[in-house]
Design a protein around this ligand. Structure first.
Ligand SMILES: [Ca+2]
Ligand SMILES: [Ca+2]
Length: 466
């Protein structure tokens, strides 16, 4: 409880909407005895299916992912990995399993249109603003962002609060997912347009590289399953139908444990972290798919664990050498959050923690340690590697190629910022501070870094200006 009060004391945004959220948070946290500010369970509004979206449960679902039992229905038939808790991690070569190796897809080639800053909207909010700027005071928020010398942070656009994930499409538009279940687009001029609505608790979107297929991760409306969607012809607004590629995935714990940040690997497979179904493993036995990174074929079929023991990794990224990184949210009793290199077939620690009610680590189990400890309760969320070709020239983000950027979402003192890791995750330092609740970060075709804030809905562009 002290932690909650401390958090609230530092997060004095007196906007009506946020106050409602905070009240909800308190209720949610106290009822769940969950004393940490991992991304909160905000008030999820009633899902609003629209005619633009027709969840097509009858079409092309994986054969064994269609039954109604949310946990038992997921297919694991093609999974050749086993993770007995008494044995060491599997070797990487074994972890590739028997699935055919896919040819890597070419990278995206978004348009190179220059981005123009939008005019910050007038301060017409009817709510009180305290130590933080009003949420519609984009200029004030822009002025709060501190970046290293040579860089400049500027307002690009603002969507309604609670964006959870964003990604550039092959059409050059920035696609933004909102927790309330909506996907929007933002163009180079900062203009926001609706794209697709009707999901429930939507937390991630990602294009399959080299295609216009947009993937999304949400919850079922009963908060009892995680769902992976695919939207064919994702870049054309007219198509706008989503179908379930996987449903019945184990879910959900708290506000944010579900299928999280979808990403596509250099092997062409889709990957998605799946959060644990409990705080520290108190719901036993573990489901074979919980607290994992799952791997799936973009056309469906089996979905299998790629790595395990990851309590709630919100987003993942590969570097230029094909190494996979993610940051893990730790249990309520407050061990440091973790920055991990995620290894195939490896065990990364969940549910083995040092607490009175935690499960002791099996003596023969080899746990891959994190590369870095992060501030406890800082709630790491979005992550990206700076791999823009623009970075190769040295003109944008000079010297930052292959660096990894990570948002710390929480409002505990020392979070609310973007941190940076040198190539391979060797060293860690602050990169940008001053946000309210930065939730995702990505790189655009022009070489700029983009950050989106869950609390304000503002998308910032960080450019190198020399
Ligand atoms: Ca760990
Ligand atoms: Ca992301």
């Amino acid at each position: 409880m002290m932690a909650i009060l401390a958090i609230l004391a530092t997060f004095k945004i007196h906007m009506r909407r946020l106050r409602q959220l905070i009240i909800f948070l308190l209720i949610a946290l106290s009822t769940a005895a969950c004393a940490r500010p991992v991304p909160p369970s905000s008030t999820p509004p009633a899902p609003q299916p629209t005619t633009t979206m027709a969840p097509n449960t009858a079409t092309a679902q994986p054969p064994s992912a269609t039954t109604t039992d949310p946990i038992a229905s997921v297919t694991t038939s093609a999974v050749t990995l086993t993770f007995p808790t008494e044995t060491p991690p599997l070797a990487a070569a074994t972890a590739t399993s028997s699935l055919a190796t896919l040819t890597p897809f070419p990278g995206l080639t978004p348009t190179s249109a220059a981005l123009n800053p939008a005019v910050p909207p007038a301060g017409t909010g009817d709510y009180e603003c305290g130590d933080y700027p009003c949420f519609d005071d984009a200029e004030a928020w822009e002025a709060r962002i501190n970046v290293p010398p040579g860089f400049e942070a500027r307002y690009l656009a603002q969507v309604e609060p609670h964006p959870t994930s964003f990604t550039f499409g092959p059409d050059g538009l920035l696609y933004v997912a909102r927790q309330e279940g909506e996907i929007l687009t933002v163009d180079a001029g900062g203009r926001v347009a609706p794209y697709l609505d009707g999901f429930y608790h939507l937390v991630s979107i990602a294009f399959q590289p080299g295609t216009d297929r947009l993937f999304a991760a949400s919850r079922g409306e009963g908060d009892d399953e995680a769902i992976i969607w695919v939207i064919e012809n994702g870049e054309t607004n007219g198509a706008s139908t989503a179908r379930k590629l996987y449903d019945g995935l184990p879910c959900c714990y708290g506000g944010w444990h579900q299928a999280n940040g979808i990403a596509f690997g250099p092997d062409g497979y889709g990957y998605v972290p799946l959060g644990a179904l409990s705080d520290h493993g108190e719901r036993a036995p573990l489901h074979p798919l919980e607290a994992t990174i799952l791997r799936f074929h973009p056309d469906g079929g089996s979905i299998e664990p790629y790595a395990r023991g990851l309590r709630n990794t919100f987003d993942i990224t590969w570097d230029s050498a094909g190494r996979l990184f993610g940051a893990d949210n730790m249990p309520d009793h407050g061990p440091p959050e973790e920055f991990n290199e995620i290894l195939p077939g490896a065990e990364h620690g969940f549910p083995y923690y040092d607490c009175q009610t935690c499960t002791p680590t099996p003596p023969d189990l080899e746990i891959v340690p994190p590369l870095h400890d992060l501030l406890a309760h800082s709630a790491p969320t979005g992550i990206t590697t700076y791999l823009s070709e623009a970075g190769d020239t040295g003109d944008t983000f000079p010297g930052y190629y292959d660096n990894i950027f990570l948002t710390l979402w929480s409002s505990v003192p020392g979070a609310q910022k973007v941190i940076r890791f040198s190539p391979g995750g060797e060293t860690m330092t602050d990169f940008a501070t001053g946000f309210a609740a930065p939730v995702d970060v990505t790189v655009g075709a022009t070489g700029s870094l983009y950050v989106v804030d869950w609390a304000t809905g503002i998308v910032f562009e960080i450019r190198y200006v020399g």
